[in-house]
Ligand binder design. Structure first.
Ligand SMILES: [Fe+2]
Length: 323
């Protein structure tokens, strides 16, 4: 267990030989982390080819050195996402990589998370990736299943919320940035929920459910005081658990009073929760999740948003797979 917390995976494709920061790199063999390269030696193209030939997809960096890697990757993400040399899967890994520390910081170090420039950069890169890669969402999912936590759920929700908005509405770049930031932060209030409740494996009792249900309001109250997020982003955080028939929380609003973007994020949040478990394993195929939401949660979501969701996630590939 401790080993897991000490090393962070870095995808091989996201390492640019020679300009990669001087950190110690490890590889995982038989459950152990073995030093591959120490400080003071460059990681060359030759290293990368050799590891790839041996089926290595990820190298590992010690947790303490991860900040250096993150700033390097955040700085080069845009250039790499625009590069023709990387395919969609490699770009997905890149996005995943640059996002890990960001969203992890967001939950562990709330004050750091109000760096709006950094949030915008992340959402910009996410948008760039989604708009340039036709099979982006699939690639992102395969990458995310590697290490699924709340932060990955946040990214998944942000990606699909952005795609839903670009499919259903015409938004300016700034509006898209607001939506993306709100979606990434949608569960921010969970930092105020005790770990015992968040990680409880059995069913929550009534008192615990009440505590968990406070997360949208608490996240909203905290981030509103920081005054860096826009009203649209804040409404997503506060209202992503509101439902069209008034059965949601914290305010019990009816559909006409729930802002559009919060409704989209709510649909996506439920869809992502149905299709993946806490370990990132696929729990339900997309078309079954959509069907379930349409039949058993009929009154909860706007029909037009369900149509958009279906159009995006129930691709031809999926249909072929079922037949
Ligand atoms: Fe939530």
């Amino acid at each position: 267990m401790e080993v897991k917390a000490t090393y962070v995976p870095v995808s091989l494709e996201s390492i640019e030989p020679l300009i990669f920061p001087d950190v110690a790199l490890f590889i995982k063999t038989g459950g152990n982390f073995v030093l591959y390269k120490n400080h003071g030696r460059d990681f060359s193209e030759h290293d990368r080819e050799r590891l790839a030939r041996n089926g290595v997809e990820f190298v590992f960096v010690s947790n303490e050195e991860m900040d250096v890697i993150t700033s390097h990757m955040e700085a080069s993400a845009e250039r790499m996402l625009k590069s023709d040399l990387l395919d969609a899967k490699a770009k997905g890994k890149m996005i995943y990589q640059t996002s890990i520390n960001f969203v992890d910081d967001m939950f562990n170090n709330p004050d750091k998370s109000t760096d709006l420039d950094r949030t915008k950069r992340l959402v910009e890169n996410l948008m760039l990736y989604l708009s340039n890669s036709p099979d982006a969402i699939k690639s992102l999912e395969s990458v995310m299943s590697h290490n699924y936590h709340t932060f990955v759920h946040s990214l998944q929700v942000a990606s699909l919320t952005l795609l839903m908005h670009s499919e259903a509405y015409t938004l300016s770049r700034d509006e898209m940035l607001d939506v993306g930031a709100g979606a990434i932060f949608h569960d921010f209030g969970k930092i105020f929920v005790p770990q015992e409740i968040l990680n409880k494996s059995g069913k929550l009792n009534d008192a615990e459910i009440q505590v968990l249900k406070r997360h949208p309001e608490e996240g909203y109250q905290f981030l509103q005081k920081k005054s860096v997020l826009s009203p649209v982003a804040l409404s997503i955080i506060r209202m992503h658990h509101e439902r069209c028939n008034g059965s949601g929380y914290p305010l019990g609003l009816q559909s006409r009073d729930i802002p559009r973007s919060a409704q989209v994020a709510g649909v996506v949040d439920v869809y992502c929760t149905l299709t993946s478990d806490n370990s990132g394993n696929k729990t339900m195929p997309p078309h079954i999740a959509v069907q379930l939401m349409r039949n058993q949660m009929k009154e909860l979501f706007a029909p037009n948003l369900m149509n958009t969701l279906e159009k995006l996630v129930c691709t031809e590939d999926v249909q072929q797979f079922i037949l």
